[in-house]
Design a protein around this ligand. Structure first.
Ligand code: CAA
Length: 696
């Protein structure tokens, strides 16, 4: 009996059950067992057909991604698939859960596919910087046609069973018991001598590229627009198009070489790293599956501003009832109107059903007094960023909130310990730091105070999951981890303008690197007064020996607050399109004169290094202090909080890929030129010396 693949014969049908929890990934042991099982079924005269099914929660969800970092292990998956395809007896894939990547390719080797109604099928490989590497790019177009194959392979998004049926990717959707249904299908295939479908046919090719010009042009444009800078969507598309340029076996061989190049690329390594980083980030020391998680049904949100509204939407979307509290009835009315309009527009655009929009609206209520939160299981405070205000709210909340309620603040930099200390239950207090727009951005920074209980933390992580967000732990400290590690990038962007770079050059360098919006354009969006206020509030504790962002203050003094003022680092003559403004250059020249800075031309590489390595150095400092748990957590925060491209891994991964000795040399160079704010973090110095990496 093979170890990872169960073998049983029922009424003349061999059933291979792939059993490699949790997702039945097709690692070497599974492939070896499959080969043995298929061989046995083929050779057994008592076996008339074969059914292949996944044990547990899913059909195989793909190759074992961890194997991509090891030398090639034979047999390759395509050997197994070809063997199934070549069988003279009918073979049926019975799909439930997710048939993804190599899992879907395995099913394409079968002559028939049947699926549970909830099954999802797809080829998400581009999200790992590769493309289907076991002939899926050749087999798929032979089943669903070129356009749909390109959709699956280039975008990487799965389709549901009903769509798969419509496209001919599955032959039947089976309600009820899948195994029994698949066996019945196999019996029928034998009894009725159904012709066996080989997805490798026709072998001669799919037609000529000229016959598909419109489709090819459409996908070339999509790839260029949606995946700027990324290699695998291009290779995925070319791989499919090989099927038009050459016969099946030649195309498969060409794809093999193409695949290996992709797999070994830095982009793929970065995406695979990001995949595992996302799964690691929720694993928090001291919390495990036995840590109690409190049930959350009723939430309260304090503050009806932008954050309070976004958070309320996110909570109601996740099925919680929300009582929004603000002292201003006008603010509450405006917030409720905006939120209801949001749900109406979601329904109008077909994103949610109309009755679902009504259910979400019904979950929202408003109140002017904090007493209304007496039965809330969770309260998130999103009031004004001022310690006095927060402490007062939490002291009052402590009096009204029920025992065991989770009390969270959405502050983006204030001391959580000090806020918790204004209650008699600091163990229930933590930071839940949302990013704008709170209902859309996937990062939720969960900030632990010195006293937050494991139960409260576990509940916060469960809430993040429920809202479809990625929770990441930060320990208390100014700006926590995400903003704290980003602040030096913004500082450098500001200083670079003083030194002679144009705002557009800075933003373009960062955007060409892959971030959706440069740091200065982002400041314009959030408002230059936000960081100005923070600088004002923290002026007393500022180290006077550090370089200061004089230009940023001058911008605020000149009323250049960003988009809302129609001018900031750019002009915004008609809404959102940014236009460079000579007045900013003139202001920068003035500040440079006052500060004795000699302005010069600054190239894109220096802009990138200044902005990114400043963030890396700060990330290293936070890691050294234990404020961030893992370098990969910092990277996940940048990905989901700031849109850092997953195909670059993250700032810490980026630093590792440059080599930490090179990073340190550059940081030292900047230290010599710009002073103490570039003091290398002890962890960076240590790892650079030991030839180490942040992400190991
Ligand atoms: N290889 C190795 N490990 C995998 C894996 C894979 N393909 N897919 C999931 N896992 C692991 C996860 O790392 C996680 O491990 P831990 O519990 O140790 O953290 C565990 O399985 C469960 O995964 P999730 O937490 O992601 O579970 P989920 O239920 O939220 O999601 C899923 C399940 C949708 C299958 C999701 O895991 C997923 O998208 N997996 C990747 C699918 C994929 O990319 N497949 C293509 C692989 S490449 C390929 O197949 C190339 C080829 O052409 C041969």
């Amino acid at each position: 009996m093979p170890e990872f693949v169960g073998y049983a014969v029922e009424d003349g049908i061999a059933v291979l059950t792939i059993d490699n929890p949790p997702v039945n990934a097709l690692g070497i042991a599974v492939r070896q067992s499959m080969l043995a099982g298929v061989g046995r079924a083929a050779a057994d005269p008592a076996v008339e057909a074969l059914v292949m099914i996944g044990a547990g929660r899913t059909f195989p969800a793909g190759a074992d991604i961890r194997e991509f970092d090891t030398p090639r292990l034979d047999p390759h998956l395509s050997v197994v698939i070809n063997m199934i395809d070549a069988m003279a007896k009918p073979t049926v894939a019975a799909i439930h859960g997710t048939a993804l990547g190599g899992g879907l390719e395995l099913s394409l080797g079968c002559h028939f596919r049947v699926a549970a109604p909830t099954a999802r099928l797809g080829t998400p490989e581009v999200k790992l910087g590769i493309f289907p590497g076991a002939a899926g790019t050749q087999r798929l177009p032979r089943i669903v046609g070129l356009d749909r194959a390109l959709q699956l392979v280039v975008l990487g998004d799965p389709i549901d069973a009903a769509t798969a049926r419509e496209w001919g990717l599955v032959d039947a959707v089976i309600d009820g018991d899948l195994r029994a249904g698949a066996l019945a299908f196999a019996r029928r295939a034998v009894a009725e001598k159904l012709p066996l479908h080989h997805s490798s046919e026709p072998k001669a090719g799919l037609g000529r590229p000229e016959d598909f010009k419109d489709i090819i042009d459409k996908w070339r444009m999509t790839v260029a627009r949606r995946f700027r800078g990324q290699r695998s969507p291009v290779e995925a598309m070319e791989s499919v198009l090989d099927g038009l340029r050459m016969p099946y076996y030649e195309a498969v061989a060409a794809d093999r070489a193409r695949f290996e190049k992709c797999r070994d690329s830095l982009q793929s390594k970065a995406l695979r790293y990001a995949f595992f980083a996302e799964r690691k980030v929720t694993k928090v020391p001291g919390i495990d599956k036995d840590t109690p998680v409190r049930a959350l049904a009723a939430a309260g949100v304090i503050g009806a501003g932008t954050m309070g509204r976004g958070i309320s939407i996110a909570l109601a979307d996740a099925g919680l009832t929300v009582t929004l509290v603000d002292t201003s009835p006008q603010a509450l009315a405006a917030a409720a109107e905006m939120m209801n309009a949001h749900w109406d527009s979601q329904a109008a655009r077909g994103r949610i059903a109309p009755d679902e929009a009504e259910r979400r609206k019904a979950r929202l209520s408003t109140a002017t007094g904090i007493d209304a939160l007496c039965s809330a299981d969770l309260v998130i405070e999103a009031a004004f960023e001022e310690m006095g205000v927060k402490r007062d709210i939490f002291a009052r909340l402590d009096k009204v909130a029920k025992p065991g309620a989770l009390l969270a603040t959405n502050t983006s930099y204030l001391d959580i310990d000090a806020i918790a200390a204004s209650t008699a239950r600091p163990e229930d207090v933590l930071g839940l730091h949302f990013f704008v727009p709170a209902n859309l951005m996937r990062l939720l920074e969960v900030v632990e105070s010195g006293k937050t209980s494991p139960e409260a933390l576990a509940t916060a992580f469960a809430l993040a999951r429920r809202m479809g967000k990625v929770g990441a732990l930060a320990r208390n400290g100014f700006g926590f981890v995400a903003n704290a590690s980003r602040a030096p990038m913004v500082r450098e962007a500001n200083l670079l303008v003083e030194e002679g770079a144009e705002p557009a050059e800075i933003d373009r360098a960062i955007e060409d690197f892959g971030m959706p919006l440069g740091p200065l354009a982002t400041s314009d969006l959030s408002g230059l007064d936000v960081s100005w206020r923070m600088r004002r509030d923290t002026a007393e504790t500022r180290d006077p020996s550090l370089r200061y962002v004089h230009l940023a203050d001058a911008m605020v003094d000149a009323g250049r607050l960003g988009r809302k003022a129609g001018k900031g680092w750019y002009l915004y003559p008609e809404g959102s399109k940014r236009v460079p403004d000579a007045a900013v250059t003139a202001l920068a020249e003035k500040i440079a004169r006052e500060q004795g800075i000699a302005r010069r031309r600054i190239d894109a590489q220096e802009i990138l290094d200044r902005c990114l390595l400043a963030a890396v150095n700060e990330g290293a400092r936070l890691l050294g202090l234990g404020r961030a748990l893992r370098a990969s957590d910092v990277d996940i925060m940048w990905q989901y909080g700031f849109g850092f491209p997953a195909w670059r891994g993250g700032i810490m991964f980026h630093a590792d890929s440059i080599g930490l000795d090179n990073v340190l040399a550059r940081v030292d160079e900047f230290r010599a030129r710009h002073g103490k704010m570039w003091e290398p973090a002890p962890l960076l110095v240590k790892l650079a010396r030991d030839n180490g990496r942040f992400t190991d």
